[in-house]
Design a protein around this ligand. Structure first.
Ligand code: 18C
Length: 257
């Protein structure tokens, strides 16, 4: 654990990514840190979170919210997944090569800009839901390891943050799709039980604590009742499918901290 702690701190403090020279960097930095803080706030108290789905260790909460008459219900989900590390789960969520393996709503995905190896801009089209128009999403995605100042006991924390952006070559609402606007984060932490010498750690000693937060603005008309039904069905389906995909991808590979 000490070794892990030192490792995650040294990654966070090292002169990091070439992405910091990009014009989007101030926004990427700000939104990623805000999302990390937001993900770590609990779901109790005055937050108004309602549990709407539960399956084993997985719990999903939402708040009913609207903006300009559109449903934008924020979602927060927690899960504990055995046999994988925070870094492995975040890499699978971030990397384009895995996306079609777990993202069931996807029709098409293109990387429209590589800002750095840890920061990409994606254009995705998603499956259409009758009677609404098809949706697309254009967003930057950034992955990093975080030195954990809030929780001394928890080393090895990773985050992927996705946030809508603009690109002159892909203006919104110019074809058949309506553009959605999203802010999403996946925050993962590795726990090792029982504590052991790092070289003796086996997959069965690993548990990854996952927090997933999402706010999606549908961008244009969509019937509220259909939208809430889609949320209720698609988010649990996503998290179950994504986490079993991670377990399956990692099971025969060396552990990646
Ligand atoms: O975070 C997730 N995935 C990431 C990588 O893809 C990334 C993407 C987020 C996409 C957000 C949703 C885009 C619109 C989806 C349209 C719904 C298609 C459903 C098709 C069913 C056959 O961050 C995991 C994302 C998990 C997504 C769950 C569903 C979210 C529903 C949001 C609805 C938004 C508007 C839909 C309009 C039509 C409604 C009648």
């Amino acid at each position: 654990r000490d070794r892990l702690k030192k490792k995650s701190i040294s990654i966070a403090l090292s002169p990091v990514t070439p992405a910091k020279n990009h014009k989007l960097w101030p926004e990427i930095e700000k939104v990623t840190l805000e999302q990390l803080h937001y993900a770590r706030l609990g779901v109790g108290g005055a937050g108004g979170w309602q549990l709407f789905a539960e399956d084993g260790e997985m719990k999903m909460y939402r708040r009913e919210e609207e903006a300009d008459g559109l449903v934008v219900d924020p979602l927060k989900a927690c899960h504990m997944v055995k046999g994988v590390t925070a870094r492995e789960v975040c890499e699978i969520f971030f990397s384009p090569e895995y996306r079609s393996g777990w993202e069931a709503t996807l029709e098409d995905m293109t990387v429209v800009e590589t800002i750095a190896s840890d920061t990409l801009v994606f254009l995705q089209t998603h499956k259409r839901i009758w009677p609404a128009s098809q949706r697309d999403a254009l967003f930057w995605s950034h992955m990093r390891s975080v030195a954990d100042s809030e929780d001394q006991d928890a080393a090895d924390l990773w985050i992927v943050c996705n946030h809508s952006t603009e690109h002159p070559q892909y203006p919104p609402n110019s074809g058949k799709c309506v553009r959605v606007y999203l802010t999403v984060c996946l925050v993962c932490q590795t726990f090792i039980d029982p504590p052991k010498d790092p070289k003796n750690i086996r997959r069965e000693d690993l548990t990854c604590k996952i927090t997933y937060c999402s706010v999606v603005n549908p961008g244009g008309w969509a019937p509220a009742s259909v939208l809430r039904a889609v949320y209720k069905r698609e988010y649990p389906k996503f998290l179950k499918r994504f986490t079993s995909f991670c377990i399956d991808q990692c099971k025969d590979k060396p552990i990646l901290f």
